[in-house]
Design a protein around this ligand. Structure first.
Ligand SMILES: C[S@@+](CC[C@H](N)C(=O)[O-])C[C@H]1O[C@@H](n2cnc3c(N)ncnc32)[C@H](O)[C@@H]1O
Length: 210
């Protein structure tokens, strides 16, 4: 199997094995997006779809993308159950090789991590270029490992906001960094367990067209 097939198989197994589709909104996304006017949003690596549904409920038109067909179908089904089918377009993509069409007011990449090569820098640079003028790119990475995470590799290095910004290498004439920090927050795992976790946050705004 090549690495795309491995990645697809890994994330398919992950989502097929999931019994409870706990789909809560990610707290940093909620904090950043709550005061915004709704528009077109793109959720990169949407997983169980908590963010896509939360945004759609607030009037956003959301393109929700994941490599896992099971995740994408579940998000589509959930949107339909909630009467949000007209506001959620769930699409299967391996973002390393294909990217959804369109321009966006908000692109969100929440914990867009994988044990397989992701070409993250390339994907996030494409995401920055898919922003409409004034649009926001929100990248939230883990800054620590939660006890319930699938990834318990003790040698793991989560990219800092400064490293992500450097990887994006965006022209300061057209994009500005609005926020780059690493706050702690209390978190609750799938079985109700709690821990303090660190989020690495980078928020970029497209200020002009290239
Ligand atoms: C750590 S999970 C985060 C999921 C979700 N954003 C959340 O906050 O719960 C990473 C997600 O990225 C997806 N993913 C991994 N590699 C991908 C790729 N190459 N293209 C698209 N999605 C990918 C996975 O299927 C998974 O849903």
């Amino acid at each position: 199997m090549d690495s795309t097939a491995d990645a697809e198989a890994f994330w398919e197994r992950h989502y097929r094995a999931r019994r409870a589709w706990d789909a809560r909104v990610n707290p940093v996304l909620a904090e950043i997006a709550a005061p915004l006017n709704s528009g077109a949003a793109l959720d990169l690596g949407c997983g169980a779809g908590g963010d896509a549904v939360w945004l759609a409920r607030r009037g956003w038109h959301v393109t929700a993308v994941d490599i896992s067909t099971t995740a994408v179908e579940r998000v589509r089904e959930r949107a339909r159950e909630l009467g949000l089918a007209g506001r959620v377009a769930a699409e299967q993509h391996d973002l390393a090789t294909s990217f959804p069409a369109g321009g966006f007011d908000l692109v969100s990449a929440q914990y867009f991590h994988s044990p397989f090569p992701l070409l993250r820098g390339q994907v996030l640079r494409t995401a920055a270029r898919a922003l409409r003028p004034g649009g926001l790119l929100l990248i939230v990475d883990h800054g620590s490992t939660a006890p319930w995470s699938w990834n318990q590799d003790p040698g793991i290095h989560f990219p800092t906001p400064a490293e992500v910004a450097a990887e994006l290498d965006l022209d300061a004439a057209h994009w500005s960094v609005l926020r780059a920090d690493m706050p702690r927050r209390p978190a609750t795992g799938p079985a109700g367990e709690t821990a303090t976790v660190i989020d690495n946050i980078l928020l970029v705004q497209r200020t002009g067209t290239e």
